[in-house]
Design a protein around this ligand. Structure first.
Ligand SMILES: NC(=O)c1ccc[n+]([C@@H]2O[C@H](COP(=O)([O-])OP(=O)(O)OC[C@H]3O[C@@H](n4cnc5c(N)ncnc54)[C@H](O)[C@@H]3O)[C@@H](O)[C@H]2O)c1
Length: 251
């Protein structure tokens, strides 16, 4: 395939739907070969893979729970096998669990941290390990959130996990410069299953009306920035978190 990402081999976690799916599509549309992880619905994953095939992209779906170390190792190894290597990794898989602090059990906290933060750590570590062993470069793109900065009542674990992803992004950027560029995208509210317009709480709607651009975002608007960060023009950028949020946070 031609395009600015021709020859690029990319892994996207949580790629079967929502923002991850849009990122997989955007990378493929720019010419990348894409493997994506999914957890849960095989039908959803196969539909995304088939859509990628329809767009003439080489694509594979690999099941993996990113909160589990063994499954993350298998996901990264599987992506390398199917793609013939790895140049770009997008840590997108995540869960949201709204719960008052005083009702939050350790198991609830651990589950959100386990998927969002430990999952990013595990897939990032295994991918970077392979990139370092190859002696080449690479790009890591972590999906954070504007809530890392804003905070939100009843979202302790989620906000903490996303702030942790920002810190991990800066740490890896320092540790693996100049070969591997590590950045994050911090979306504001985006219309997906996680935060569909139809399931938004009154508080979320109120926050939405505070957004300077006065709407929630679309998955393709997040994907466009991820694709840019994966591409040949993003060569002097590392350790940054890009707010794609309609102005909800201004850095
Ligand atoms: N939608 C928003 O408003 C919004 C805002 C800011 C950040 N984000 C972040 O964007 C990312 C994508 O969110 P989305 O809105 O597309 O949500 P979504 O629920 O539509 O998709 C989440 C994806 O993560 C995968 N996933 C969940 N648990 C997993 C696990 N244990 N192992 C592997 N994969 C798992 C799901 O299968 C799914 O593909 C998340 O990290 C989320 O925190 C979303």
């Amino acid at each position: 395939m031609s395009g600015s990402l021709a020859g690029v081999r990319a892994l996207v976690t949580g790629g079967s739907r929502g923002i991850g799916r849009a990122i997989a599509m955007a990378l493929a549309d720019d010419g990348a070969r894409v493997a994506f992880g999914y957890h849960g619905s095989r039908e959803e994953a196969e539909a995304t893979r088939d859509e990628l095939w329809t767009r003439d992209a080489a694509a594979a779906a690999i099941e993996a729970d990113v909160s589990r170390e063994d499954e993350c190792k298998a996901l990264v190894t599987g992506a390398i096998d199917v793609l013939g290597g790895l140049d770009v990794v997008v840590n997108n898989a995540g869960i949201l669990h709204e719960q008052p602090l005083l009702d939050t059990e350790v198991a609830d906290f651990d589950r959100v941290i386990g998927v969002n933060l430990r999952g990013t750590f595990l897939v990032g570590r295994e991918s970077i390990r392979w990139m370092v062993e190859q002696g080449g470069g690479g790009r890591i793109i972590n999906i954070a959130s504007d809530l890392a900065y804003l905070g939100r009542a009843r979202n302790t674990a989620y906000c903490a996990s996303k702030a942790g992803i920002g810190a991990m992004t800066r740490t890896w950027a320092l540790e693996f410069a100049p070969d591997i560029l590590v950045n994050a995208v911090g979306p504001g509210p985006v219309d997906t299953d996680m935060l569909g317009a139809d399931v938004m709480s009154d508080e979320q709607r109120a926050q939405e009306s505070d957004i300077p651009l006065r709407r929630i975002g679309r998955p393709d608007e997040i994907a466009a920035v991820a694709a840019f960060l994966a591409g040949p023009k993003a060569t002097f950028i590392t350790g940054q978190t890009f707010g794609v949020n309609g102005g909800s946070v201004m850095y």
